[in-house]
Design a protein. Structure first.
Lengths: 234, 500
């Protein structure tokens, strides 16, 4: 038996999905607890705690968004949201309330595990002072604000750099338009998502081989953007 | 638009009657004077007095009060002549000699004038208020009737009738090539129809016909045309009433139109609501089994070798069960679509309901989840479509399983009564409030307190649709033994082996 990668709380009221997910999460190295309602999830979290939460937004007793808000009142545990809903607003609200990422139903377990890994890693790194970021050909040196592509330096404007740094900080996870605006223009900036789109376009021109078919800086339609996850061990 | 002449409402053929009545009134005045003369003659014979001007004065007074000013003047003149000729000495001569004679003449004339004009004014006022009452009554009647009507065609027909009545002639309402005539069967002349088709501006005349567009809120809602009695030209004094009627009618048409638009919008909103409910149901009910299938299958693919055989079997079972569930949901969606579009294929035949019940029970039975069967006989021949019954009964049983506590038995009872086949499904769930027993068959109805239970609110509505398509019926009731739980009963037309 390998050492546990962490305790996962799976919050879902659909038994068939719980049955389908539990073995894979276990095989991937997590210990799994299950809560079938929002209340049960909050109680479990307060009692035993956990290292990450997988939360279905459609819960019988309370809105999944409420659960996120309640967890975030006192816990920083990473939350990955499962959502069968097509409503972008729902996901944006969940992310703004503090969810770390989401997975659209239906999904393959590989996708869920990748998001879960990124969310848990992001939590670790948010509080660690790191000097460098490396994902594939892209390398960012935070100390002197320099960006390299395949070893060659890429010249970015200060705003372009701020955008890239914000995405790199949460690499592998979705970053919403609003979060990006706050990172680039300041927390009180209220502007159209169009500004972010234009800036992303500029950054893509400089770091993507084929800017119209991005491989590094990916679009999450309606929500925001996602930078590819950092190389393992980087 | 030209302003209508400000005249009061008067009936057109009353003019002639007025003229006739005028002549008659002078005759009556003459009669009253003759009567005065007879009375004076009587007094003269009995009391031998000639101071009888008062008798004539009384006659003039009566004439003035009852017949009006002009007959009173007439009576005054005749009375004076008669009095002077007949009673004033020298009798049977007419002369104006004494101051008294002149005084009598002046008094007669003054009484006739004062009383007559007073009476005339009162009479005019009375007639005016009668006319006003008539107008008010006509308008009231029209407005009451028009506001009660909510169909445009009906309103147009009524406008024509009211206008024809007010004009004492004929009227019609024209809109986009259609006409509503009063009296019904009126054949409007072609040149009038042409004029109506091109009308749209103000109000104008075509021959004896008066034309007025029906407008409300600036929208042209048709054109009204009317004429007075056939032997008269359009009577301008009727215009104000007719104009008000036309406006009233236009407002009513507008109101009907708005009401129709509103109910259309409401219907659209309801459709939209249903569609949203359906979409979210499809989104949830298709994705949940799909999510379980995809998660299980990808788990097996990624971690298959690391799972124990039991876990692998469990995942495969999940895939199978969820695929079956998905299939059931798709079948229900298809049935609903067919039921709503009326494209349900009904293969009516005589079949054994017991067999169908058995198939449904076997399909839903699991270890630890018994489905009891309580059938009076093994045949229970019914008339209908066994496939539709299986789906309907399946939906009812699935519902019973879902709302009952896990593992609590669900009972299917069936018997034959009065030529019909009765099937009942009884669960041990928490039941449904009595007021909602009918509503559980409505599309997307979810029982209060059922929010924690997965479900779409489609199953029972489809079951009802299917059973009713077979001329059967379905109803829900609380359990007869007082325990919590719901009983859903289906009644199908029975069939005897002989009839089959």
């Amino acid at each position: 038996m390998q050492p546990s990668l962490g305790q996962i709380l799976l919050v879902d009221d659909e038994p068939q999905l719980v049955r389908a997910l539990t073995p894979a999460l276990g095989a991937a190295g997590y210990e799994v607890s299950v809560a079938a309602s929002g209340q049960a999830a909050l109680e479990h979290l307060a009692g035993e705690g956990c290292d990450a939460v997988i939360l279905d937004l459609g819960l019988p007793d309370m809105d999944g968004k409420t659960v996120i808000a309640r967890i975030r009142e006192w816990s920083e545990a990473p939350i990955v949201v499962l959502s069968a809903r097509d409503i972008e607003q729902e996901k944006i609200a969940a992310l703004d309330l503090g969810a770390d990422d989401f997975v659209n139903k239906p999904f393959a377990v590989g996708e869920l595990l990748a998001r879960l890994r990124a969310a848990m890693r992001g939590r670790e790194r948010r509080f660690s002072a790191r000097a460098r970021f490396k994902a594939g050909d892209l390398e960012i040196n935070f100390a002197d604000r320099r960006v390299f592509l395949q070893g060659d330096e890429v010249r970015l404007t200060p705003r372009e750099y701020d955008l890239l740094r914000a995405l790199a900080r949460y690499a592998g996870r979705v970053v919403t338009h609003r979060q990006l605006m706050a990172a680039v223009w300041g927390p009180s900036a209220h502007m159209d998502a169009q500004f972010v789109r234009v800036l992303v376009g500029q950054v893509r021109q400089k770091i993507e081989e084929e800017p119209s078919a991005p491989r590094i800086l990916l679009t999450e339609p309606g929500l925001g953007y996602r930078l590819v996850a950092e190389d393992d061990g980087g | 638009m030209r302003a209508f002449p400000d005249s009061r409402w008067r009936q057109p053929h009353q003019k002639r009657a007025d003229q006739l009545r005028g002549l008659w009134r002078y005759g009556a005045a003459l009669a009253i004077v003759a009567a005065s003369t007879l009375v004076a003659e009587g007094f003269y014979r009995v009391f031998d007095t000639t101071r009888l001007s008062m008798v004539f004065l009384a006659g003039i007074l009566i004439t003035a009060v009852t017949l009006g000013a002009w007959p009173a003047y007439f009576a005054a003149a005749i009375s004076f002549f008669l009095y002077n000729f007949y009673l004033v000495e020298p009798r049977f001569t007419f002369q104006l000699v004494s101051a008294e004679d002149v005084l009598v003449l002046v008094v007669f004339a003054a009484v006739a004038f004062l009383t007559g004009s007073l009476t005339g004014r009162i009479r005019d006022q009375a007639r005016q208020s009668a006319d006003r009452a008539h107008t008010t009554a006509a308008l009231f009647e029209a407005s009451r009737e028009l506001s009660a009507a909510d169909e445009e065609d009906l309103i147009r027909g009524r406008i024509a009738q009211h206008i024809a009545q007010a004009a004492r002639g004929e009227a019609l309402v024209w809109d986009a090539g259609r006409t509503w005539c009063a009296p019904i069967g009126l054949k409007p002349p072609p040149e009038l129809l042409e004029a109506l088709a091109s009308a749209g501006g103000g109000e104008h005349l075509v021959g004896p016909w008066r034309i007025r567009p029906l407008r409300a809120d600036g929208a042209l809602l048709g054109v009204a045309a009317w004429r007075g009695p056939a032997d008269q030209d359009a009577a301008p004094e009727d215009d104000p009433l007719v104009a008000v009627l036309a406006d009233l009618g236009a407002a009513a048409v507008m109101r009907a139109r708005l009401a129709a638009a509103r109910s259309e919008i409401e219907a659209m909103a309801r459709t939209e609501q249903l569609r949203n409910a359906l979409l979210s149901s499809i989104s949830h009910d298709l994705r949940t089994p799909l999510a379980a299938i995809l998660a299980s299958a990808s788990s097996l693919k990624d971690f298959g070798e690391r799972f124990s055989p039991e876990v692998r079997a469990d995942l495969v079972t999940t895939i199978q069960e969820e695929a079956v569930r998905l299939n059931r949901f798709v079948a229900n969606l298809l049935s609903m679509t067919r039921l709503e579009s009326g494209a349900l294929d009904l293969d009516r035949q005589t079949f054994g309901a017991a067999e169908v019940i058995d198939r449904v029970a076997v399909r839903f039975e699991r270890p630890g989840q018994p489905i009891r069967r309580d059938l009076t006989d093994g045949g229970l021949l019914a008339s209908g479509d066994p496939i539709l019954l299986e789906q309907a009964l399946g939906n009812v049983v699935e519902n019973a399983l879902r709302y009952g506590p896990a593992g609590a038995p669900v009972t299917i009872r069936a018997w034959r009564d009065d030529g019909a086949v009765h099937i009942e499904v009884e669960d041990q769930g928490r039941g449904v409030p009595p007021a909602d027993l009918d509503r559980i068959f409505e599309k997307f109805y979810r029982s209060p307190g059922a929010a924690t239970i997965q479900g779409t609110g489609l199953g029972l509505s489809i079951a009802r649709g299917l059973v009713e398509a077979m001329d059967g019926s379905i109803a829900a009731r609380a359990r007869a033994d007082g325990e919590p739980g719901l009983v859903v009963g289906l009644i199908l037309t029975g069939s005897t082996p002989h009839a089959a």
